[in-house]
Design a protein around this ligand. Structure first.
Ligand SMILES: NC(=O)c1ccc[n+]([C@@H]2O[C@H](COP(=O)([O-])OP(=O)(O)OC[C@H]3O[C@@H](n4cnc5c(N)ncnc54)[C@H](OP(=O)(O)O)[C@@H]3O)[C@@H](O)[C@H]2O)c1
Length: 282
């Protein structure tokens, strides 16, 4: 989310890493190392960072600008993604909604907002498209396009990325949340497609298994499949994918660490991870 390792004045990676999964959507400028998360209640986010994770307020002040707003609001999203005529380099999307039970045998679990991820990703890609068009019309350089990393889930396709005992849970109990995540993934992949003004440079989809709280344990198993678009590319993206990593749980802090180390910190992140659906588990 913030900071190169070599600058002591920045937050040290081990301190900031566990926060990543809790950031709803955050535009990050890799040049200034500043992050702009959207939060409906900024004080809630600040409170989590300062009390649960003991981050000094001055470190947050120097690295974070929290945008008060909703991820379904074009203006909030625009404020997160565009500053001083410059687009965020990396957008981290970790939006979710609270599950709730409903009286349906076939779909017993829904969400407070059953379309939150698909809708929010639509707002983000449309906002990027609008900014790109504006820049283009003003003769500005439109070469730089952000990488979007979206946190999704396992169990969405036929890639056998969930353990056998999870199959009823994932395919029956969670069918509504999963439908929303599918729309999110499809919207994201389409935004990297072949339109004349693609708003997204590239994407990485992270698919963690069931999330738990607690400090990072390490020993994360990583697997992936390639998006259909990536399979048709040449070069580094054309490699054979190993297969998804299959497991039961992973802590939020380890997902955050992986995202931080492998995507935020790596300068070769696009070459290594773009176009991949990455499963993370213990
Ligand atoms: N829980 C699991 O086992 C599991 C498994 C696989 C993948 N995932 C995915 O991993 C990610 C993190 O999951 P999580 O359980 O840590 O978090 P979560 O409870 O799913 O929620 C993530 C955040 O999204 C924010 N949010 C929701 N609607 C918003 C809106 N309209 N505007 C702005 N912010 C909004 C919430 O902010 P507020 O603080 O304002 O409520 C919340 O803090 C999610 O994308 C989730 O779908 C979860």
């Amino acid at each position: 989310m913030v900071a190169p390792r070599r600058h002591s004045r920045w937050l040290s990676p081990p301190v900031i890493k566990p926060q990543l999964v809790r950031l709803h959507i955050s535009g990050m400028n890799a040049c200034t190392n500043r992050s702009y998360p959207v939060a409906r209640a900024p004080s809630k986010l600040t409170n989590i960072l300062t009390t649960q994770h003991s981050l000094p307020a001055e470190l947050l002040d120097s690295n974070l600008t929290i945008i008060q707003g909703d991820v379904k609001s074009n203006s909030s999203v625009r404020s997160t993604l565009y500053h001083d005529n410059r687009l965020a380099d990396i957008i981290i999307f970790g939006v979710g909604s609270f599950p709730k039970f409903q009286s349906s045998l076939f779909q017993p679990v829904t969400l407070d907002d059953p379309h939150i991820c698909g809708d929010a990703m639509g707002v983000i890609t449309n906002t990027l498209r609008a900014i790109h068009t504006e820049q283009h019309n003003q003769g500005m350089n439109t070469a730089s396009k952000p990488l979007i990393l979206a946190i999704s889930t396992t169990g969405l396709d036929n890639s056998r990325d969930v353990p056998f005992v999870y199959l009823p849970l994932y395919h029956w109990l969670l069918s509504i949340p999963h439908a929303d995540k599918r729309v999110m993934e499809e919207t994201l992949a389409a935004a990297c497609g072949n339109s004349s003004l693609p708003p997204v440079g590239d994407f990485v989809v992270v698919r963690p298994t069931l999330l738990l709280d607690g400090p990072p344990k390490g020993n994360v198993r990583v697997g992936w499949i390639l998006s259909p678009e990536s399979k048709s590319r040449s070069g580094a993206h054309a490699e054979e994918a190993p297969c998804p990593a299959v497991g039961y749980t992973i802590r939020r802090s380890d997902v955050g660490s992986w995202i931080f180390n492998e995507v935020v910190e790596r300068t070769d992140r696009n070459a290594v991870w773009a176009g991949k659906f990455v499963t993370l588990t213990y």
